[in-house]
Design a protein around this ligand. Sequence first.
Ligand SMILES: NC(=O)c1ccc[n+]([C@@H]2O[C@H](COP(=O)([O-])OP(=O)(O)OC[C@H]3O[C@@H](n4cnc5c(N)ncnc54)[C@H](OP(=O)(O)O)[C@@H]3O)[C@@H](O)[C@H]2O)c1
Length: 249
Amino acid sequence: MDLTSKIILVTGGGSGIGFELARQLVALGNTVVICGRDAGRLAEAARLTGAQPITGDVTVADDQERILSAIREQHGRLDLLINNAGIFLAYDFRSDPGALQKIEAEIAINATAPLTLTRRALPLLEKSAQPGVLFIGSGIAFVASPGTPIYSGTKALIHHCAQTLRHQLQPHGITVFEAMPPVVDTDMASVLKSDNFKKMKPSDLVRDILEGMRRNQTEMLLGQSRQIKLMSRIAPAFLFRQFAKTEFH
Ligand SMILES: NC(=O)c1ccc[n+]([C@@H]2O[C@H](COP(=O)([O-])OP(=O)(O)OC[C@H]3O[C@@H](n4cnc5c(N)ncnc54)[C@H](OP(=O)(O)O)[C@@H]3O)[C@@H](O)[C@H]2O)c1
């Protein structure tokens, strides 16, 4: 996929991997719209990257419509939707007093929102000459991680849906990509206490994702995610025990 002169929406573009995606994609000559809930953080990210900010919560249907309407009015089409926004919650399912809200929030942001936003964006994507959707999944899609009781399940769901949507949308000219990062050095990963994870730099991760997309590699296993997938096939119980040892702040 050519990654120049495109109209691109990056959800969660105010920080971390989304910020870096926006930065590198603007530098390649694309028009990038970023969205997120924190207006101040988003404005600062827009100033630093050259992206266009639209404040909005991807779990809210009206916000999804408003973001897409703004793109329709300003640009008339969408070439690439990057579903990146996400949260990662470590807690005890039984004893955490906020568990009910956390379950709902994590599924809404990580699983439901990328799918409903993609569905709502189809008419705009179909106006593009070379449309694409990129899901930012995770290598943890291949192993259940007990310390974050819901997170790995949301990424497993995205991994399955990326495959089913790729199959359904390809005949309509829409390419569905999925990038599965390892642990990446962002705010999200700062809750990890264990230092047995090598944290990838966001700039290296995004460089590899964009290179993969240019080569039309639709399923991208980045860094240690490749080993996680392999281990999930040859030694799943060992892999699960390793992840069960993960400690969090
Ligand atoms: N970091 C890792 O180790 C790692 C590894 C594998 C996969 N990933 C995935 O990579 C993606 C980005 O993670 P990251 O590490 O860059 O995390 P991050 O630094 O915490 O950034 C997440 C971004 O998502 C936005 N966001 C969260 N909820 C939102 C909502 N409801 N609506 C709109 N925006 C929302 C946040 O902005 P607001 O709070 O302002 O809304 C924030 O800018 C996530 O999907 C994550 O699961 C991360």
